[in-house]
Design a protein around this ligand. Structure first.
Ligand code: C2E
Ligand code: CA
Ligand code: CA
Ligand code: CA
Length: 279
């Protein structure tokens, strides 16, 4: 893990009373964060395992808090979902990410793609966001295939027709869809077939012990083989060692993402990483 320790945010103390107070101040501050331009997107490369090239990145949100420093999404996204702030935040993320991929398409590769995380809450409560998003794409003059939407598999559970409908609207516009954290929920791969999914992201809990755990190695290989049979490509998350990368590549995994390459970086540092690594 070459880059561990750099650009990592600090988590709040776990003391219970502190947590309650923090929560309150986060909720209040979050309402202002958008207006005060305190939100940031960081980018982590998604590396093509065939040749090590990079033409994809995942956008990951952070909150640059004026007093507390960089706050991670695991802290404030659940609160934003609870407080109804996720809709505005989701639109901001999409707009920002689209702007960025437009720049990188001009400066690096015309086929550069950006992956954006989609809150299941927004998927379920906001009936119009896809119209906003398609408009944002249109305004930017970018084709649908410049963006991939990452959703967690829980969203596909129960086969809700409304979810399939919205996903289809995106796919009609050329936008690709990835299932995030795959393997942590209960859906089967055969089930996902109904949704016409482009990418499967193997959760990092399966990658973590690849070096030592034969079971995880078998599981990863099986997920990769089945995903391919169903016409999906596979991205492995949380790749932290060269050995993990090699094992995944040998199992036919298409892409890898993780600290072994780099932690998520602000746009300018991402660009520098891209240039330095010659990818
Ligand atoms: P995720 O989508 O599963 O994102 C991957 C997380 O794993 C990121 O954490 C990333 O920094 C971290 N990671 C990457 N490589 C490694 C590695 O090698 N080892 C380990 N241990 N971790 C690695 P992050 O940035 O803290 O994001 C956490 C979660 O917050 C994301 O999980 C995603 O569910 C959510 N999130 C992030 N950005 C957004 C956003 O813009 N909108 C929404 N709705 N959710 C977001
Ligand atoms: Ca993700
Ligand atoms: Ca994930
Ligand atoms: Ca996750």
């Amino acid at each position: 893990a070459k880059h561990q320790g750099r650009n990592r945010y600090s988590y709040f103390t776990s003391d219970m009373r502190e947590v309650a107070l923090n929560r309150l101040s986060i909720v209040n501050g979050l309402r202002q964060a958008l207006a005060n331009a305190e939100l940031r997107l960081y980018y982590q490369p998604i590396v093509d395992l065939r040749d090590g090239s990079v033409y994809k990145a995942e956008a990951l949100i952070r909150w640059q808090h004026p007093q507390r420093g960089l706050i991670g999404p695991d802290i404030f996204i659940p609160l934003a979902e609870e407080q109804g702030l996720i809709l505005d935040i989701g639109d901001w993320v999409f707009r920002r990410a689209i702007h960025q991929v437009g720049e990188w398409r001009e400066r690096f590769r015309p086929d550069f793609q950006i992956s954006v995380n989609k809150s299941p809450v927004q998927f379920q409560t906001d009936q119009t966001f896809y119209k906003n998003w398609l408009q944002i794409l249109l305004d930017a003059g970018l084709p649908g295939d410049s963006v991939t939407i990452e959703i967690t598999e829980s969203l596909t559970l129960g086969g809700k027709p409304i979810v399939a409908e919205k996903l289809q609207l995106f796919r009609d516009a050329g936008i690709q869809v990835a299932i995030d954290d795959f393997g942590t929920g209960y859906s089967s791969l055969a089930y996902l077939k109904r949704y016409d999914i482009d990418f499967l992201k193997i959760d990092r809990s399966f990658v973590r012990n690849l070096d030592s755990n034969e079971n995880d190695r078998v599981l990863c290989a099986a997920m990769i083989a089945m995903a391919h049979t169903l016409g999906m490509q596979v991205i492995a998350e949380g790749v932290e060692t060269e050995r993990q990368r090699d094992l995944l590549a040998a199992a036919g995994c298409d892409y890898a993402q993780g600290y072994w390459y780099t932690v998520p970086l602000p746009a300018d540092q991402f660009e520098q990483w891209l240039l330095d690594s010659g990818r």
